[in-house]
Design a protein around this ligand. Structure first.
Ligand code: HEM
Length: 301
């Protein structure tokens, strides 16, 4: 790297960085919320989990609302800096002004034709420019322009991946905001969490930030193809000429195995301690559950 200042003053950093950090806070909030609901549904240590449910609902809801607010700014930035990514994420073949938002589109990337499409007029312009007009460029226009500027090639990323990852991220965000708002409503009404109608389903919410974060990452990386750096460096040119396919495959298998093992260990520990609850903190679980109280402890009891 020759200029660290240029990295910090890159406008993309100031939308991507907060979005990703807030995505992490959202994961923390809704993970704790899910575990708290799990224990409240089983009536284990209600006093403790009532407090953790309250705290995580406040923290998680604030984080998810902020991540969506920053995400909106990021999408507006994307329309200007990576218009092809937005066009693919919206399955938008032709440039439109005002531009419509896709509610559900099934398109055939090979023929360039939609098999099914329901679109909401004006909404994409509103999201892109905060007003009901403004051009959002389509994939056909951009493909023609890029061929002229960068030479022959296919500049359209996988539409299915871009389109669905965008929707999974936004959909998971909206669902978390809804669940967070519901828990806050119960709190403000001073009702018991145990009386909540959907309490036994709320633990499922802890999966949503994982879906949203993974989908966001897929949109960022795969929606940018065929580029590593848009307009400057293609993925095909970024591969080191000294590498052989066998070497890439071996390191890929190695990384997959290593991260797979780490993921399994992480999942095992998370499930173990989340199920055990606060009593498990500090000393080994089995020891605490099976050992008899010492004389001092028995005296204190
Ligand atoms: C209204 C909701 C949301 C909008 C409009 C939005 C918008 C975006 C956009 C446009 C990108 C791609 C940026 C780019 O490639 O330049 C992105 C990436 C991402 N989003 Fe979202 N997002 C939303 C909700 C969420 C939620 C709820 C989470 C997680 C809890 C999340 C986590 C991420 C992550 C981790 C990335 C990848 C960032 C990176 O690799 O730089 N997003 N988001």
């Amino acid at each position: 790297m020759s200029n660290f200042g240029a990295l910090l003053s890159n406008p993309s950093v100031w939308v991507q960085f907060p979005h990703t950090v807030l995505g992490g806070y959202t994961a923390a909030g809704f993970f704790v919320l899910g575990i708290s609901a799990y224990h409240l549904a089983r009536k284990t240590d209600p006093e403790f989990f009532k407090k953790s449910m309250q705290l995580s609902a406040i923290f998680g809801t604030a984080a998810v609302l902020l991540v969506m607010l920053v995400g909106h700014t990021q999408a507006q930035h994307m329309v200007r800096t990576q218009p092809m990514k937005m066009a693919a994420a919206e399955a938008l073949w032709e440039s439109e002004n005002p531009a419509s938002f896709s509610l559900l589109t099934i398109t055939d990337q090979n023929t360039g034709k939609d098999l099914f499409s329901i679109r909401i007029p004006y909404l994409l312009s509103v999201l892109a420019y905060n007003r009901p007009s403004g051009e959002v460029r389509g994939m056909r226009d951009l493909q023609a322009e890029y061929e002229e500027t960068y030479g022959a090639g296919n500049y359209i990323p996988s539409i299915a991946v871009s389109y669905w990852s965008f929707r999974v991220m936004i959909g998971a965000g909206l669902l978390m905001a809804l669940v967070g708002a519901y828990v806050l409503y119960i709190m403000l009404k001073k009702k018991q969490f145990e009386s909540m109608r959907f309490l036994k389903w709320i633990p499922l919410v802890l999966w949503l930030p994982y879906f949203a974060n993974t989908a966001g990452w897929m949109l960022t990386e795969m929606g940018r193809q065929p580029w590593v750096v848009v307009g400057l460096l293609k993925t095909a040119d970024a591969v080191s000429p000294n590498l052989k396919p066998g070497m890439v495959l071996t390191s890929l298998i190695g990384f997959t195995l290593l991260y797979g093992i780490l993921m399994a260990a992480d999942a095992y520990l998370l499930v173990k301690y989340a199920k055990a609850g606060p009593e498990a903190g500090g000393e080994p679980l089995e020891e605490k559950q099976t050992r008899r109280p010492t004389q001092d402890e028995a005296y204190l009891d």
